[in-house]
Design a protein around this ligand. Structure first.
Ligand code: F6R
Length: 606
């Protein structure tokens, strides 16, 4: 999603800023822009990628030493060059992430004389308000803070003023902004990853504060203009190496294939095979008072929500504590029963999902304990929650989440075992299954050719239904989401038992139904559901053990998936072939698999 990068220093900065924007590309965006100052505000913007912006930057000063850039994911107004940031006038320029909720009301307060809006964005309203405030109050800090006080919503933004050309004014509320010191320079970005080649120490200013940044100095103020002590810099190990696709055609395919190794590494990191127990200290158990927990709510969005659905059922069964999964933005805005006996678990690959962050803020204000299971230890979520368990699955670049999903499920399994096994017998059977899991993932990955051939068979399909029961139901939802995201084929996931309550009306020979059918407690029931589809001429694709007689009697099209006698681990095994199925169908359709249209890797607006 939107990304900000800025520089004030001693070196020509245009290429530093565009290089910073490239580091933000993985988040997904649809336009980009850059501003530098060299006796005048100079701006270049374009739709598309940073590569599409570069030819437009040739007229910008190559010796300017202060400037900022932006990657935009359209929210207010289409993805056009006019709506791209920076927005600017000869007096000032602004880049902004987030949404100004009261922009319409604020626009009405602007005295309309001679203000010609160039874009449809909420951001441009802020620009004109500050420029107007500057006319009556020439101190940029006072003008800027007077407007910041009026903003509603979540934002991270930065402004440059031609009347104060060595400084950039930065403010945030709810959305991340990191500041770092470089060589004779200060830099800022919405993502520490973009700053990592300049420094490993980052400052994270608090909400509703203003950082005034210049080459050799930083100062922090509140919105009343009172100077505050600077936040203590945090040392973070942010990866600086360039991540490439290796021999894979797409990051997504590479990340699918990494799962065997990633899961094995996490198993050995978190499970002590000598003691036959999870390593409780590494699963953050000492930071959560489980004695106090009477209710667990597991929240996330999209794929992370599907992991939450699996996690909640398992927690309730194993811990005998009421456990519920909920999409974070729904929990945030209803009158949920939350108190100090509630443990809120936030699942998030990025740790920057605005919906999840605002849910956690809300839960904390109600006294809940909070646990993050997250792939970014430097993210806002990781810094906000009482406890963190890192996914440790390496950067996920493909927008469609794969290895982060399976790793989240594995980590929850180990967390629950750790809670449960504090006084229990050694977990011999679990240890056996954990040893087996990476081998089964490798088995699936070795069946790629078969999966590719089934995908090719269905390249003309315009719709898909996925069904599953028990732990395979969230897998049906997740696999349908994966297919929609990257192939743009319409797909829906249902619990097998729901078919007859409505969706069965859709079944005909043009409606392929993918049946997630591992050999588990639900097997005979899901086979019966597959039979109902077959009886109505639906094309049945089975995911299951190809040696199974019942499955072979139902359909010739079987995507091989081995059995493992543990429901959560079985869900992980089932997810992988269906990630590959979605991938190969998308490949047939020729879509932009790593950066599908309209999607962003890090969804930083509510
Ligand atoms: C789908 C996908 C999204 C994310 C969702 C939450 O493939 O990746 O649905 O799962 O946007 O993101 P995180 O997990 O970063 O909070």
């Amino acid at each position: 999603m939107c990304g900000i990068f800025g520089y004030a220093g001693n070196e020509p900065c245009l290429h530093i800023i565009t290089a910073g924007l490239r580091k933000l590309e993985y988040r997904g965006y649809d336009s980009a822009g850059v501003m530098v100052y060299d006796d005048a505000v100079q701006v270049a913007k374009n739709t598309g990628k940073v590569d599409d912006l570069l030819p437009h930057t040739h007229d910008l000063s190559a010796r300017a030493t202060i400037g900022m850039g932006h990657t935009r994911w359209a929210s207010h107004g289409k993805a056009t060059a006019a709506n791209a940031h920076p927005h600017w006038t000869p007096a000032a320029a602004i880049v902004h992430n987030g949404i100004i909720e009261n922009h319409a009301e604020l626009r009405a307060t602007l005295s309309d004389d001679n203000i010609a809006f160039q874009s449809e964005t909420d951001t441009e309203v802020v620009l004109h308000l500050v420029v107007q405030a500057l006319q009556s109050q020439p101190d940029p800090l006072i003008a800027f803070s007077s407007v910041m006080r009026q903003l509603k919503g979540l934002y991270g933004l930065a402004m440059f003023f031609a009347c104060d050309p060595h400084r950039i004014y930065i403010s945030r509320k709810g959305l991340p902004l990191a500041i770092a010191a470089g060589k004779d320079a200060h830099l800022f970005s919405s993502d520490p990853l973009a700053l990592a080649e300049h420094s490993s120490d980052f400052m994270f200013p608090a909400d509703a504060t203003i950082v005034v940044l210049e080459r050799q100095r930083l100062a922090l103020y509140d919105y009343d203009g009172e100077q505050l002590p600077l936040p203590v810099a945090q040392h973070l190990q942010v990866p600086t190496q360039k991540i490439d696709k290796g021999s894979y055609r797409h990051f997504m395919l590479k990340e699918i294939h990494e799962q065997g190794l990633v899961l094995a590494n996490n198993i050995h990191r978190l499970f002590d095979f000598a003691q036959l127990r999870p390593r409780a200290e590494m699963l953050a158990l000492q930071k959560i008072d489980m004695q106090r927990v009477k209710r667990i709510k597991i929240v996330g969005c999209g794929t992370s929500y599907h992991a939450a659905l699996l996690a909640a059922v398992f927690a309730e069964e194993q811990l005998h504590i009421e456990s519920l999964a909920e999409v974070a933005h729904e929990l945030r805005y209803r009158r949920a029963l939350l108190n100090d006996q509630t443990l809120i678990v936030a699942l998030s690959q990025s740790g920057e999902t605005a919906d999840t962050l605002s849910c956690i803020e809300h839960a904390r204000s109600r006294g809940c304990q909070t646990l993050a299971i997250c792939n970014s230890p430097h993210s806002t979520l990781a810094r906000t929650c009482d406890a963190l368990i890192e996914l440790n699955c390496g950067p996920e670049i493909g927008v469609a989440s794969t290895k982060a999903f399976t790793t989240t499920v594995l980590i929850w399994y180990l967390f629950v075992l750790a809670v449960r096994s504090a006084h229990a017998r050694p977990l011999t059977k679990d240890a056996h299954n954990l040893r087996k899991l990476p081998l089964l993932i490798d088995y699936v990955l070795n069946s790629t050719a078969q999966i590719e051939s089934v995908a090719r068979q269905y390249r003309q399909a315009r719709n898909f239904i996925y069904i599953g029961r028990g732990p395979s139901f969230p897998i049906a939802l997740e696999s349908a989401l994966k297919l929609k995201e990257i192939s743009y084929i319409h797909a829906e996931g249902y619990a097998g038992g729901e078919l007859k309550h409505g969706p069965i009306a859709l079944i005909d020979h043009d409606m392929p139904v993918l049946v997630v059918a591992p050999q588990d407690d639900y097997f005979l029931r899901i086979v019966a559901n597959a039979g109902e589809v077959k009886a109505r001429d639906g094309a049945v694709i089975l995911l299951g053990n190809p040696k199974n007689r019942e499955l072979r009697a139902l359909s010739d099209t079987i995507i091989p998936c081995p059995d493992i006698n543990q429901p959560l681990l079985q869900a992980i095994v089932c997810a992988v072939p269906l990630q590959l199925f979605a991938y190969y169908l998308a490949l047939e359709k020729g879509t932009d698999i790593d950066q599908p249209r309209h999607l962003a890797k890090s969804v930083t607006v509510e």
